[in-house]
Write a protein of this length. Structure first.
Length: 453
């Protein structure tokens, strides 16, 4: 039987960051990190096909924390480009700037009138939000009926596949821009170019796709503590023993999980019925990610485009060759197409691909005779955590019981939250500090994020 002080499950950014910071806070050799794939990265990985580098949907580096910025730019020194966001919304046959609520200019006059009328009516009524408002209530009272009708409602239902009034506002406070009335009005009268939101600026590797980031972290680890191609079979939380494929039994003192929380709980034993019941209340959506390579350069001016209308099967399409010219062969473009479905839904990939390509042609993104020279489906079984009323108390219950067993569950999926790469890396840092008995600064999760250039 192998023994280790800290067992880290998952070689994505959260697990790699935990190991990286443990190496810097104490003696090396204290951990064993196991990853089921033959490479690190988890969902921040890049797949190569036909000379294209396809990420697991859009993975862009939005930096807001001084330490996070210093660490990430240091890891990718010389292999990082900065971008000002070029992001659009396609609806009513036209492209308008993101965010919709501040940029209705260019839409049909009737639509603009509905959006402005609804917004200023909501402002005039000044109805206070209830104590624990639903996301639907927040949208209605913040933006009014027109913006809800033409973007907020259809887009979010398409992504989350959940009624907006069944969701909470816990997830969106840092991420969804709430422009001032004068900005809403100005953005209806003219082409407003102000950058709103946490993702106004971003960074992306020049070479290698987003895989460059986890590879850079892994290169700085003690290689003796990293086991790739090793799947977790089971975890006995009471006995603190895990069974790892290709390794056998591993006895640990403390455990760090970064796998999707339901997946981890389904292979773990030693938790009480209360925690098991809480696991059954966790909900999420899956994303079917179709990546394509097209034999034409620069098929779009955008970094990504939102598609709220039902006639398009996808909710968002991104263009990695606008992040870096090195992720595709010369003279081509690459795209990722994101389609949300309920977990376990069976899809006909051939039919969905045809519908997606037809939709892109209808929107003018693809030309009639564009030739697709590469395609790769990357299914993400657990893509977005649904913040319904059950989510927060269920997660609190689970985490409380895990703590009594010497276990932590961190990162976007281990922590079961809506998050981004920088925060995931900071989660790993904070976890390492706790494991070393060092203080961790507690930050509110509802303060709007500000991009650092």
């Amino acid at each position: 039987m192998i023994r280790t002080e800290v067992l880290i499950l998952g070689g994505g950014l959260a697990g790699l960051s935990t190991a990286y910071h443990l190496d810097r806070l104490g003696p090396r050799g204290r951990y064993l990190l196991v990853e089921k794939r033959e490479k690190v990265g988890g969902r921040a990985a890049t797949e190569e096909r036909d000379g294209f580098h396809f990420d697991h949907t859009g993975h862009l580096l939005h930096l807001h924390d001084a330490y996070g910025k210093k660490l990430i730019t240091g890891l990718l020194k010389g292999n990082l480009d900065s971008h000002e966001r070029s992001t659009w919304i396609y609806s009513h046959g036209v492209e308008t700037r993101y965010p919709f609520q501040a940029n209705t200019f260019g839409l049909p006059q009737k639509v603009i009138a509905e959006c402005l009328g609804g917004f200023f009516r909501a402002r005039r009524l000044g109805r206070a939000l209830s104590r624990n408002p639903s996301f639907g209530e927040w949208v209605e009272k913040t933006f009014g009926a027109g913006i809800e009708k033409h973007f907020m409602g259809p887009y979010n239902r398409k992504l989350w596949r959940t009624p907006l009034r069944a969701m909470t506002t816990e997830w969106q406070g840092r991420f969804l821009p709430t422009p001032k009335p004068e900005e809403v009005l100005y953005g209806a009268l003219t082409d407003q170019k102000k950058f709103f939101g946490y993702n106004a600026f971003f960074r992306y590797p020049k070479h290698g796709g987003i895989q460059a980031l986890p590879d850079a972290l892994a290169a700085r680890l003690d290689a003796r503590g990293v086991a790739l191609g090793r799947r977790v079979v089971s975890v006995d939380l009471r006995e603190r023993v895990a069974v790892i494929e290709g390794i056998g039994e591993v006895r640990y003192e403390r455990l760090v999980n970064t796998m999707p929380l339901p997946e981890f709980l389904d292979l773990a034993s030693g938790l009480p019925a209360e925690a098991r019941a809480a696991r059954r209340r966790l909900r999420w959506v899956s994303v079917h990610n179709l990546n394509i390579g097209v034999a034409r350069p620069r098929v779009s001016r955008a970094h990504w485009i939102y598609f709220p209308e039902k006639r398009f099967p996808f909710y968002r399409v991104g263009f990695p060759t606008n992040f870096s010219g090195n992720v595709a062969p010369r003279g081509t473009s690459s795209m990722y197409i994101e389609i949300s479905r309920d977990p376990g839904t069976r899809i006909d990939r051939g039919a969905l691909e045809r519908a997606s390509l037809d939709g892109l042609r209808a929107a003018g993104v693809l030309h009639r005779f564009d030739r697709v020279v590469s395609r790769l489906w990357i299914p993400i079984a657990c893509a977005y955590v649904i913040y319904d009323r059950a989510r927060t108390p269920a997660v609190a219950t689970i985490m409380r019981h895990l703590k009594t067993r010497g276990a932590s569950s961190i990162g976007r999926w281990g922590g079961w939250k809506y998050s981004f790469m920088e925060e995931t890396i900071l989660d790993g840092r904070d976890c390492a500090r706790r494991l070393c008995g060092l203080p961790v600064e507690t930050k509110t999760s509802r303060v709007p994020l500000q991009s650092l250039k």
